[in-house]
Design a protein around this ligand. Structure first.
Ligand SMILES: N=CN[C@@H](CCC(=O)O)C(=O)O
Ligand SMILES: [Zn+2]
Length: 409
């Protein structure tokens, strides 16, 4: 059997495996380690001197090997550009005021409405290829810029079509059902929400276009009762939930997410103690989005309180054309460490094992026997170097299910 096996040896195999974690080494690193791959899965991980001598081994030398990164929050399926809005915001313009005036999400809605399936697919594919170079092997991708049924379904079908491509990162599709009111619905908010719940959600189910359902809950976005109506119906259809909560104001989104058993609440710049306690109780993950708070010049979420309460911390890119015009999960990790006082170990776990768990995926996010052979060979000498703000891809090789999606040996 060993003929179908192959091994990589490197100075640091950073497993992110809970079974290997210790208080001094939460990432479970194996110095001078090896990882054996077979049939798209990891067959063995351990010290190089214990490697089966019959397995052919590629020696990567002074390099770090980690699980493939998992980006648990992206809006990568978009068209157009918001550079005009960005410049206005950098000069002091307010994101929510711009949205109220018909810009923001609604301006991307216009661009997505005008884009064909093929155009949108080409944009998404190019972005997925670039995020693979950055070390991402699994990516959550939301809709939420189609807003009207025809264009939401187009966005979701584009996302689904990329999910079958073996040479791209794996995709977890999310129906971001309530993101903004399209201009067509300005005078009938309740009717819009009802149609999303009663008509669009069943279509998304029927076509099996999403695993998760999401909503943007905030003072100037959708409200708790709207989120509850959507969330309860979504759960009754078998969807799992992840919710935009507390980006600007604490309106009780964390409590609602906990009540509905959401897998994650994302943003959390504004969340109170009761919300944090509820998240812990429900086992809900906090997805931190430091690129968004960087462009919005916001104070960080209460990371110390979340940590103290035992809420699992995930870090994601939030890649979108408005608040996080970046595709880089490694940049998000760097900003989480710099601006949020997240430790490098927390950041890396929050972009691997915990990110995968927040997406309901237990077959990846850690280097251990039986997991998918999703891994990154970094052109860096230590895992702490991954969270430095390089601004360039620092991967040598990125494997998904044992096959290269970026780089060569
Ligand atoms: N705030 C809600 N949604 C996105 C931003 C969308 C946009 O501005 O286009 C976010 O996660 O930051
Ligand atoms: Zn988002």
């Amino acid at each position: 059997m060993s003929s179908t096996r192959k091994a990589f040896a490197a100075s640091r195999i950073v497993t992110c495996d809970e079974a290997r974690a210790t208080s001094g080494d939460p990432l479970g690193a194996v110095a001078n380690g090896a990882v054996v791959l077979e049939a798209g899965k990891i067959a063995w991980v351990g010290p190089r001197q214990e490697l089966d001598p019959a397995v052919p081994v590629t020696d990567l030398g002074n390099a770090v090997v980690t699980p493939g990164l998992v980006d648990a929050h992206t809006h990568l399926a978009w068209a157009g550009s918001r550079h005009g809005e960005y410049a206005v915001r950098m000069a002091g313009g307010d994101y929510e005021a711009i949205a109220k005036a018909g810009g923001g999400i609604v301006s991307t809605f216009r661009a997505v409405s005008e884009a064909s399936h093929e155009e949108l697919r080409a944009l998404l594919t190019a972005r997925l290829r670039r995020v693979a170079q950055l070390g991402v092997t699994t990516c959550e991708v939301k809709s939420g810029y189609g807003l009207l049924p025809e264009h939401e379904l187009k966005q979701l079908r584009v996302i689904a079509s990329c999910a079958n491509e073996a040479d791209l990162p794996g995709i977890v599709p999310t129906f971001l059902a309530l993101h903004a009111l399209p201009p067509e619905a300005r005078t009938d908010r309740a009717g819009y929400v009802r149609r999303v719940i009663d008509e669009l959600l069943p279509r998304v189910k029927e076509e099996n276009l999403a695993t998760y359902v999401d909503a943007y809950l905030d003072a100037n976005a959708f409200q708790i009762d709207e989120g509850r109506a959507l969330g309860e119906r979504a759960r009754s259809f078998g969807f799992q939930l992840r919710l935009h909560v507390g980006q600007f104001a604490d309106i009780g989104g964390a409590e609602l997410a906990a009540e509905l058993g959401a897998h994650s609440v994302d943003h959390l710049e504004a969340v109170g103690d009761a919300g944090i306690a509820a998240l812990h109780e429900a086992g809900t993950h906090a997805v931190l989005l430091p690129i968004a708070s960087f462009t919005l010049k916001q104070a960080p979420p209460p990371v110390a309180k979340l940590r103290a309460a035992g809420v699992p911390l995930v870090v994601a890119s939030d890649a979108n054309p408005g608040t996080a015009p970046s595709e880089s999960l490694p940049l998000a990790l760097a900003l989480a460490v710099r601006n949020y006082d997240v430790t490098p170990e927390e950041a890396l776990l929050g972009a691997t094992r915990l990110a995968a768990r927040s997406l309901g995926l237990n077959d990846r996010g850690a280097l251990r026997a039986g997991a998918a052979a999703d891994l990154v060979v970094w052109d860096l000498p230590h895992e702490h170097a991954i969270v430095q703000p390089w601004g360039t891809p620092r991967t040598r090789l990125v494997l998904r299910n044992g096959a290269a999606i970026s780089g060569t040996l």
